[in-house]
Ligand binder design. Structure first.
Ligand code: XLS
Ligand code: NI
Ligand code: NI
Length: 444
Protein backbone atom coordinates (compact mmCIF):
# COMPACT_ATOMS: atom_id res chain seq x y z
CA UNK A 1 0.00 0.00 0.00
CA UNK A 2 1.37 3.43 -0.86
CA UNK A 3 1.95 5.82 2.02
CA UNK A 4 0.04 9.03 2.59
CA UNK A 5 2.90 10.68 4.46
CA UNK A 6 6.03 9.36 2.69
CA UNK A 7 8.18 12.25 3.90
CA UNK A 8 7.39 11.79 7.57
CA UNK A 9 9.46 9.23 9.46
CA UNK A 10 8.36 7.31 12.54
CA UNK A 11 8.57 9.89 15.33
CA UNK A 12 11.16 8.93 17.94
CA UNK A 13 12.11 10.27 21.35
CA UNK A 14 15.33 12.30 21.16
CA UNK A 15 15.35 13.97 24.57
CA UNK A 16 14.93 17.45 25.96
CA UNK A 17 17.69 19.13 23.97
CA UNK A 18 16.56 17.92 20.57
CA UNK A 19 15.65 20.66 18.11
CA UNK A 20 14.25 18.22 15.56
CA UNK A 21 10.61 19.22 14.97
CA UNK A 22 9.85 15.60 14.08
CA UNK A 23 11.07 14.13 17.37
CA UNK A 24 9.73 13.99 20.92
CA UNK A 25 11.59 16.02 23.51
CA UNK A 26 9.70 14.96 26.63
CA UNK A 27 7.52 12.07 25.54
CA UNK A 28 9.36 8.80 25.82
CA UNK A 29 6.47 6.35 25.34
CA UNK A 30 8.09 3.33 26.97
CA UNK A 31 9.63 5.11 29.94
CA UNK A 32 8.25 3.35 32.98
CA UNK A 33 6.87 5.62 35.68
CA UNK A 34 5.19 4.15 38.72
CA UNK A 35 5.21 0.69 37.14
CA UNK A 36 3.52 1.78 33.91
CA UNK A 37 4.86 3.03 30.57
CA UNK A 38 4.22 6.70 29.98
CA UNK A 39 2.05 5.91 26.96
CA UNK A 40 -0.42 4.09 29.22
CA UNK A 41 -0.56 6.97 31.69
CA UNK A 42 -1.38 9.40 28.92
CA UNK A 43 -3.40 7.36 26.41
CA UNK A 44 -3.18 9.85 23.55
CA UNK A 45 -5.88 9.86 20.93
CA UNK A 46 -6.34 11.47 17.52
CA UNK A 47 -9.63 13.27 16.86
CA UNK A 48 -10.70 12.06 13.43
CA UNK A 49 -12.76 15.15 12.65
CA UNK A 50 -10.04 17.74 13.15
CA UNK A 51 -7.15 15.83 11.66
CA UNK A 52 -8.84 14.16 8.71
CA UNK A 53 -11.75 16.47 7.93
CA UNK A 54 -10.90 20.00 8.94
CA UNK A 55 -9.49 21.72 5.92
CA UNK A 56 -9.05 25.22 7.26
CA UNK A 57 -12.39 26.68 6.27
CA UNK A 58 -13.47 29.63 8.40
CA UNK A 59 -16.40 32.08 8.19
CA UNK A 60 -14.28 34.38 6.03
CA UNK A 61 -12.41 32.01 3.82
CA UNK A 62 -12.19 28.81 1.85
CA UNK A 63 -10.24 25.69 2.81
CA UNK A 64 -6.46 26.01 2.79
CA UNK A 65 -5.29 22.54 3.79
CA UNK A 66 -3.27 20.29 1.50
CA UNK A 67 -4.37 16.75 2.23
CA UNK A 68 -3.19 13.66 0.35
CA UNK A 69 -6.59 11.94 0.46
CA UNK A 70 -8.10 14.77 -1.56
CA UNK A 71 -6.79 13.13 -4.71
CA UNK A 72 -9.85 10.86 -4.38
CA UNK A 73 -13.03 12.44 -5.63
CA UNK A 74 -15.52 9.66 -4.95
CA UNK A 75 -16.77 10.17 -1.35
CA UNK A 76 -16.47 6.47 -0.49
CA UNK A 77 -12.93 6.21 -1.88
CA UNK A 78 -12.04 9.28 0.13
CA UNK A 79 -13.54 7.80 3.30
CA UNK A 80 -11.55 4.60 2.89
CA UNK A 81 -8.37 6.56 2.13
CA UNK A 82 -8.86 8.57 5.32
CA UNK A 83 -9.01 5.36 7.35
CA UNK A 84 -5.72 4.19 5.86
CA UNK A 85 -4.25 7.63 6.51
CA UNK A 86 -5.49 7.50 10.13
CA UNK A 87 -3.68 4.24 10.82
CA UNK A 88 -0.48 5.42 9.17
CA UNK A 89 -0.68 8.72 11.06
CA UNK A 90 -1.24 7.04 14.45
CA UNK A 91 1.46 4.44 13.86
CA UNK A 92 4.04 7.05 12.87
CA UNK A 93 3.30 9.07 16.00
CA UNK A 94 2.89 6.05 18.25
CA UNK A 95 -0.64 7.17 19.15
CA UNK A 96 -2.74 4.15 20.12
CA UNK A 97 -6.23 5.65 20.14
CA UNK A 98 -8.61 7.66 18.02
CA UNK A 99 -12.12 9.09 18.40
CA UNK A 100 -14.76 9.78 15.77
CA UNK A 101 -18.30 10.95 15.06
CA UNK A 102 -20.40 8.65 12.87
CA UNK A 103 -20.52 11.29 10.14
CA UNK A 104 -16.76 11.87 10.15
CA UNK A 105 -15.88 8.48 8.83
CA UNK A 106 -18.51 7.88 6.14
CA UNK A 107 -20.66 9.87 3.74
CA UNK A 108 -24.46 9.98 4.11
CA UNK A 109 -27.01 8.27 1.88
CA UNK A 110 -30.55 9.37 1.05
CA UNK A 111 -32.15 7.66 4.02
CA UNK A 112 -30.83 6.64 7.41
CA UNK A 113 -31.02 3.02 6.29
CA UNK A 114 -28.72 3.81 3.35
CA UNK A 115 -26.42 5.88 5.51
CA UNK A 116 -26.09 3.03 8.00
CA UNK A 117 -25.12 0.66 5.22
CA UNK A 118 -22.40 3.00 4.01
CA UNK A 119 -21.21 3.41 7.61
CA UNK A 120 -20.97 -0.36 8.00
CA UNK A 121 -18.58 -0.59 5.07
CA UNK A 122 -16.19 1.90 6.65
CA UNK A 123 -16.50 0.21 10.05
CA UNK A 124 -15.53 -3.08 8.36
CA UNK A 125 -12.49 -1.35 6.91
CA UNK A 126 -11.50 0.01 10.36
CA UNK A 127 -11.93 -3.44 11.88
CA UNK A 128 -9.74 -4.90 9.20
CA UNK A 129 -6.97 -2.38 9.90
CA UNK A 130 -7.28 -2.91 13.67
CA UNK A 131 -6.41 -6.58 13.26
CA UNK A 132 -2.80 -5.75 12.43
CA UNK A 133 -2.39 -2.59 14.47
CA UNK A 134 -2.24 -1.38 18.10
CA UNK A 135 -4.60 1.43 17.25
CA UNK A 136 -7.85 1.27 19.21
CA UNK A 137 -11.04 3.27 19.61
CA UNK A 138 -11.09 5.54 22.68
CA UNK A 139 -14.64 6.69 22.15
CA UNK A 140 -17.27 7.05 19.52
CA UNK A 141 -20.06 9.58 19.20
CA UNK A 142 -22.81 10.74 16.87
CA UNK A 143 -22.83 14.03 15.03
CA UNK A 144 -26.22 15.48 16.00
CA UNK A 145 -25.42 19.05 15.00
CA UNK A 146 -24.16 19.46 11.41
CA UNK A 147 -27.18 18.46 9.34
CA UNK A 148 -29.86 21.17 8.87
CA UNK A 149 -32.45 18.90 10.53
CA UNK A 150 -30.64 19.60 13.81
CA UNK A 151 -31.05 23.38 13.56
CA UNK A 152 -33.07 23.45 16.82
CA UNK A 153 -31.12 20.69 18.53
CA UNK A 154 -31.51 16.92 18.50
CA UNK A 155 -32.87 15.49 21.77
CA UNK A 156 -34.03 19.03 22.62
CA UNK A 157 -35.49 19.83 19.22
CA UNK A 158 -39.09 21.03 19.01
CA UNK A 159 -39.65 18.33 16.35
CA UNK A 160 -40.49 14.79 17.47
CA UNK A 161 -39.22 13.48 14.11
CA UNK A 162 -35.85 15.03 14.77
CA UNK A 163 -35.81 13.45 18.24
CA UNK A 164 -36.54 10.09 16.62
CA UNK A 165 -33.86 10.58 13.97
CA UNK A 166 -31.28 11.46 16.63
CA UNK A 167 -32.29 8.43 18.69
CA UNK A 168 -31.85 6.13 15.72
CA UNK A 169 -28.50 7.72 14.95
CA UNK A 170 -27.22 7.24 18.51
CA UNK A 171 -28.52 3.66 18.48
CA UNK A 172 -26.37 2.94 15.44
CA UNK A 173 -23.39 4.88 16.82
CA UNK A 174 -23.55 2.78 20.00
CA UNK A 175 -23.62 -0.39 17.94
CA UNK A 176 -20.55 0.54 15.91
CA UNK A 177 -18.69 1.82 18.98
CA UNK A 178 -19.30 -1.57 20.58
CA UNK A 179 -18.29 -3.34 17.39
CA UNK A 180 -14.98 -1.48 17.40
CA UNK A 181 -14.45 -2.11 21.15
CA UNK A 182 -14.65 1.56 22.04
CA UNK A 183 -13.74 2.31 25.65
CA UNK A 184 -16.33 5.03 25.86
CA UNK A 185 -19.15 6.92 24.22
CA UNK A 186 -19.36 10.71 24.32
CA UNK A 187 -22.40 12.95 24.46
CA UNK A 188 -21.34 16.45 23.60
CA UNK A 189 -24.38 18.74 23.58
CA UNK A 190 -24.05 19.82 19.94
CA UNK A 191 -27.02 22.11 19.52
CA UNK A 192 -28.73 21.01 22.74
CA UNK A 193 -29.38 24.49 24.07
CA UNK A 194 -31.28 27.56 23.00
CA UNK A 195 -30.96 30.94 21.35
CA UNK A 196 -33.88 32.70 23.04
CA UNK A 197 -36.33 31.81 25.78
CA UNK A 198 -39.01 33.64 23.78
CA UNK A 199 -39.51 30.47 21.75
CA UNK A 200 -38.24 27.84 24.17
CA UNK A 201 -39.91 25.53 26.68
CA UNK A 202 -36.84 25.11 28.86
CA UNK A 203 -38.37 22.54 31.21
CA UNK A 204 -39.73 20.42 28.37
CA UNK A 205 -36.39 20.43 26.53
CA UNK A 206 -34.51 19.34 29.66
CA UNK A 207 -37.08 16.59 30.28
CA UNK A 208 -36.61 15.39 26.71
CA UNK A 209 -32.83 15.43 27.01
CA UNK A 210 -33.17 13.22 30.08
CA UNK A 211 -35.58 10.90 28.25
CA UNK A 212 -33.08 10.62 25.42
CA UNK A 213 -30.12 9.82 27.67
CA UNK A 214 -32.19 7.28 29.59
CA UNK A 215 -33.00 5.50 26.31
CA UNK A 216 -29.27 5.49 25.45
CA UNK A 217 -28.43 3.95 28.83
CA UNK A 218 -31.11 1.31 28.33
CA UNK A 219 -29.99 0.47 24.81
CA UNK A 220 -26.34 0.18 25.86
CA UNK A 221 -27.42 -2.30 28.54
CA UNK A 222 -29.50 -4.21 26.05
CA UNK A 223 -26.65 -4.71 23.58
CA UNK A 224 -24.06 -5.28 26.31
CA UNK A 225 -22.00 -2.17 25.59
CA UNK A 226 -19.75 -1.72 28.63
CA UNK A 227 -18.00 1.45 27.56
CA UNK A 228 -18.08 4.52 29.77
CA UNK A 229 -20.76 7.10 28.95
CA UNK A 230 -19.30 10.60 29.04
CA UNK A 231 -20.91 14.03 29.03
CA UNK A 232 -18.72 16.74 27.52
CA UNK A 233 -19.76 20.10 28.98
CA UNK A 234 -19.57 23.30 26.96
CA UNK A 235 -21.24 26.61 27.88
CA UNK A 236 -21.94 28.11 24.45
CA UNK A 237 -21.24 27.65 20.73
CA UNK A 238 -23.01 26.77 18.59
CA UNK A 239 -26.02 27.81 20.70
CA UNK A 240 -25.98 30.86 22.91
CA UNK A 241 -26.74 28.77 25.97
CA UNK A 242 -25.75 25.09 25.94
CA UNK A 243 -27.55 22.88 28.47
CA UNK A 244 -24.36 21.07 29.57
CA UNK A 245 -22.82 24.41 30.54
CA UNK A 246 -20.11 23.07 32.84
CA UNK A 247 -19.49 20.12 35.17
CA UNK A 248 -21.58 21.55 38.00
CA UNK A 249 -24.56 22.25 35.74
CA UNK A 250 -24.41 18.90 33.97
CA UNK A 251 -24.02 17.07 37.27
CA UNK A 252 -27.07 18.80 38.72
CA UNK A 253 -29.00 17.79 35.60
CA UNK A 254 -27.89 14.15 35.87
CA UNK A 255 -28.76 14.07 39.59
CA UNK A 256 -32.14 15.67 39.03
CA UNK A 257 -33.09 13.01 36.51
CA UNK A 258 -31.47 10.08 38.36
CA UNK A 259 -28.92 9.51 35.60
CA UNK A 260 -25.74 10.26 37.55
CA UNK A 261 -24.72 6.62 38.03
CA UNK A 262 -24.29 6.11 34.30
CA UNK A 263 -22.13 9.05 33.30
CA UNK A 264 -18.72 10.55 33.85
CA UNK A 265 -17.30 13.68 32.24
CA UNK A 266 -15.12 14.33 29.25
CA UNK A 267 -13.45 17.63 30.09
CA UNK A 268 -12.23 19.88 27.31
CA UNK A 269 -9.76 22.64 28.17
CA UNK A 270 -11.19 25.21 25.77
CA UNK A 271 -14.76 24.54 26.95
CA UNK A 272 -13.71 25.14 30.55
CA UNK A 273 -12.29 28.56 29.71
CA UNK A 274 -15.36 29.46 27.64
CA UNK A 275 -17.39 28.76 30.78
CA UNK A 276 -15.26 31.23 32.69
CA UNK A 277 -13.40 28.48 34.54
CA UNK A 278 -9.88 27.19 34.40
CA UNK A 279 -9.24 23.77 32.89
CA UNK A 280 -8.12 22.66 36.34
CA UNK A 281 -11.37 23.84 37.92
CA UNK A 282 -13.45 21.62 35.66
CA UNK A 283 -11.13 18.67 36.20
CA UNK A 284 -11.18 19.21 39.96
CA UNK A 285 -14.96 19.42 40.06
CA UNK A 286 -15.21 16.18 38.08
CA UNK A 287 -12.58 14.54 40.28
CA UNK A 288 -14.18 15.36 43.61
CA UNK A 289 -17.47 13.99 42.28
CA UNK A 290 -15.68 10.78 41.26
CA UNK A 291 -16.60 11.55 37.66
CA UNK A 292 -13.37 12.36 35.86
CA UNK A 293 -13.59 10.13 32.82
CA UNK A 294 -11.62 11.50 29.91
CA UNK A 295 -10.08 14.67 28.49
CA UNK A 296 -10.37 16.56 25.23
CA UNK A 297 -6.86 17.95 25.16
CA UNK A 298 -6.55 21.36 23.57
CA UNK A 299 -6.18 24.99 24.54
CA UNK A 300 -8.04 28.15 23.70
CA UNK A 301 -6.89 31.66 23.06
CA UNK A 302 -7.93 33.82 25.99
CA UNK A 303 -8.19 36.86 23.71
CA UNK A 304 -10.80 35.11 21.56
CA UNK A 305 -14.25 34.23 22.78
CA UNK A 306 -14.73 30.99 20.89
CA UNK A 307 -13.60 27.38 20.78
CA UNK A 308 -10.34 27.76 18.87
CA UNK A 309 -9.32 24.16 19.69
CA UNK A 310 -5.57 24.73 19.53
CA UNK A 311 -2.94 22.11 20.20
CA UNK A 312 -1.77 22.25 23.82
CA UNK A 313 1.60 23.95 24.29
CA UNK A 314 1.25 25.44 27.77
CA UNK A 315 3.17 23.34 30.30
CA UNK A 316 1.70 25.19 33.26
CA UNK A 317 -1.81 24.16 32.19
CA UNK A 318 -0.92 20.55 31.39
CA UNK A 319 0.85 20.23 34.74
CA UNK A 320 -2.26 21.29 36.64
CA UNK A 321 -4.43 19.08 34.42
CA UNK A 322 -2.28 16.00 34.93
CA UNK A 323 -2.17 16.76 38.65
CA UNK A 324 -5.94 16.22 38.73
CA UNK A 325 -5.72 13.09 36.59
CA UNK A 326 -3.05 11.53 38.82
CA UNK A 327 -5.02 12.46 41.93
CA UNK A 328 -8.09 10.83 40.39
CA UNK A 329 -6.13 7.58 40.05
CA UNK A 330 -5.34 7.96 36.32
CA UNK A 331 -7.39 7.10 33.29
CA UNK A 332 -9.34 3.86 33.09
CA UNK A 333 -11.73 4.06 30.14
CA UNK A 334 -10.50 7.45 29.06
CA UNK A 335 -7.46 9.26 27.77
CA UNK A 336 -6.11 12.44 26.23
CA UNK A 337 -7.93 13.03 22.98
CA UNK A 338 -6.48 15.85 20.89
CA UNK A 339 -9.69 17.65 20.09
CA UNK A 340 -7.43 20.19 18.42
CA UNK A 341 -6.88 21.55 14.97
CA UNK A 342 -3.92 23.19 13.31
CA UNK A 343 -4.33 26.88 12.48
CA UNK A 344 -5.68 27.74 9.08
CA UNK A 345 -2.29 29.04 8.03
CA UNK A 346 -0.58 25.77 9.06
CA UNK A 347 -1.87 24.07 5.97
CA UNK A 348 0.79 21.46 5.29
CA UNK A 349 0.57 17.80 6.27
CA UNK A 350 3.75 18.26 8.33
CA UNK A 351 1.86 20.72 10.53
CA UNK A 352 -0.59 17.97 11.51
CA UNK A 353 2.31 15.92 12.83
CA UNK A 354 4.01 18.84 14.54
CA UNK A 355 0.75 19.84 16.26
CA UNK A 356 0.41 16.37 17.75
CA UNK A 357 4.10 16.17 18.69
CA UNK A 358 3.88 19.47 20.58
CA UNK A 359 0.69 18.37 22.31
CA UNK A 360 2.18 15.02 23.32
CA UNK A 361 5.39 16.59 24.58
CA UNK A 362 3.50 19.23 26.53
CA UNK A 363 1.32 16.66 28.25
CA UNK A 364 4.27 14.32 28.87
CA UNK A 365 6.20 17.11 30.57
CA UNK A 366 3.11 18.21 32.46
CA UNK A 367 2.63 14.65 33.66
CA UNK A 368 6.22 14.45 34.90
CA UNK A 369 5.99 17.73 36.80
CA UNK A 370 2.63 16.74 38.26
CA UNK A 371 3.97 13.33 39.22
CA UNK A 372 6.77 15.00 41.22
CA UNK A 373 4.32 17.37 42.86
CA UNK A 374 2.10 14.49 43.91
CA UNK A 375 5.02 12.28 44.97
CA UNK A 376 6.50 15.00 47.20
CA UNK A 377 3.04 15.89 48.48
CA UNK A 378 3.97 19.58 48.66
CA UNK A 379 0.56 20.94 47.78
CA UNK A 380 -1.20 18.34 49.93
CA UNK A 381 0.93 19.26 52.92
CA UNK A 382 0.23 22.93 52.45
CA UNK A 383 -3.50 22.42 52.09
CA UNK A 384 -3.67 20.10 55.06
CA UNK A 385 -1.91 22.68 57.18
CA UNK A 386 -4.20 25.42 55.87
CA UNK A 387 -7.28 23.66 57.22
CA UNK A 388 -5.62 22.34 60.37
CA UNK A 389 -7.89 24.41 62.63
CA UNK A 390 -10.58 21.85 61.82
CA UNK A 391 -8.49 18.98 63.20
CA UNK A 392 -8.97 19.79 66.88
CA UNK A 393 -10.99 21.86 69.32
CA UNK A 394 -13.97 23.71 67.98
CA UNK A 395 -13.01 22.96 64.36
CA UNK A 396 -13.22 19.26 65.00
CA UNK A 397 -16.55 19.70 66.73
CA UNK A 398 -17.89 21.55 63.67
CA UNK A 399 -16.81 18.72 61.38
CA UNK A 400 -18.25 16.09 63.70
CA UNK A 401 -21.55 17.92 63.96
CA UNK A 402 -21.25 18.40 67.70
CA UNK A 403 -21.91 22.14 67.78
CA UNK A 404 -24.63 24.52 66.64
CA UNK A 405 -24.91 28.31 66.22
CA UNK A 406 -25.53 28.87 69.91
CA UNK A 407 -22.51 26.85 71.01
CA UNK A 408 -20.33 28.55 68.43
CA UNK A 409 -21.50 31.95 69.57
CA UNK A 410 -20.68 31.07 73.17
CA UNK A 411 -17.23 29.89 72.08
CA UNK A 412 -16.32 32.99 70.07
CA UNK A 413 -18.17 35.81 71.77
CA UNK A 414 -15.37 36.94 74.06
CA UNK A 415 -12.35 35.73 72.09
CA UNK A 416 -9.98 38.59 71.37
CA UNK A 417 -7.60 37.01 68.89
CA UNK A 418 -9.04 35.32 65.78
CA UNK A 419 -6.49 33.11 64.01
CA UNK A 420 -6.31 33.36 60.18
CA UNK A 421 -3.38 31.82 58.27
CA UNK A 422 -1.90 33.36 55.10
CA UNK A 423 -2.99 31.89 51.76
CA UNK A 424 0.56 32.17 50.39
CA UNK A 425 -0.56 32.09 46.77
CA UNK A 426 2.62 33.75 45.49
CA UNK A 427 4.78 31.25 47.35
CA UNK A 428 2.83 28.34 45.83
CA UNK A 429 3.05 29.82 42.34
CA UNK A 430 6.81 30.11 42.68
CA UNK A 431 6.92 26.55 44.00
CA UNK A 432 5.10 25.39 40.89
CA UNK A 433 7.64 27.20 38.71
CA UNK A 434 10.45 25.56 40.67
CA UNK A 435 8.92 22.13 40.11
CA UNK A 436 8.73 22.73 36.36
CA UNK A 437 12.39 23.77 36.27
CA UNK A 438 13.54 21.01 38.62
CA UNK A 439 11.69 18.37 36.60
CA UNK A 440 13.25 19.54 33.35
CA UNK A 441 16.76 19.80 34.82
CA UNK A 442 16.55 16.32 36.29
CA UNK A 443 15.29 14.74 33.06
CA UNK A 444 17.82 12.37 31.60
C1 XLS B 1 -17.09 20.63 20.12
C2 XLS B 1 -16.77 19.40 20.82
C3 XLS B 1 -16.83 18.15 19.97
C4 XLS B 1 -16.89 16.93 20.84
C5 XLS B 1 -17.35 15.71 20.15
O1 XLS B 1 -16.87 21.71 20.61
O2 XLS B 1 -15.52 19.55 21.43
O3 XLS B 1 -15.75 18.10 19.08
O4 XLS B 1 -15.67 16.68 21.44
O5 XLS B 1 -18.62 15.83 19.63
NI1 NI C 1 -14.47 18.06 22.41
NI1 NI D 1 -14.50 21.88 21.49
Amino acid sequence: MSEFFPNIPKIEYEGKLSTNPFAFKFYNPNEVIDGKPLKDHLKFSVAFWHTFLNEGRDPFGDPTAERPWNKYTDPMDKAIARVDALFEFCEKLGIEYFCFHDRDIAPEGKTLRETNKILDRVVEKIKERMKTSNVKLLWGTANLFSHPRYMHGAATSCSADVFAYAAAQVKKALEITKELNGEGYVFWGGREGYETLLNTDLKFELDNLARFLRMAVEYAKKIGFNGQFLIEPKPKEPTKHQYDFDVATAYAFLKTYGLDDYFKFNIEANHATLAGHTFQHELRMARILGKLGSIDANQGDLLLGWDTDQFPSNVYETTLAMYEVIKAGGFTKGGLNFDAKVRRGSYKVEDLFIGHIVGMDTFALGFKVAYNLVKDGVLDKFIEERYSSFKEGVGREIVEGKVDFEKLEAYILDKEKIEVPSGKQEYLESLLNSYIVKTIVELK
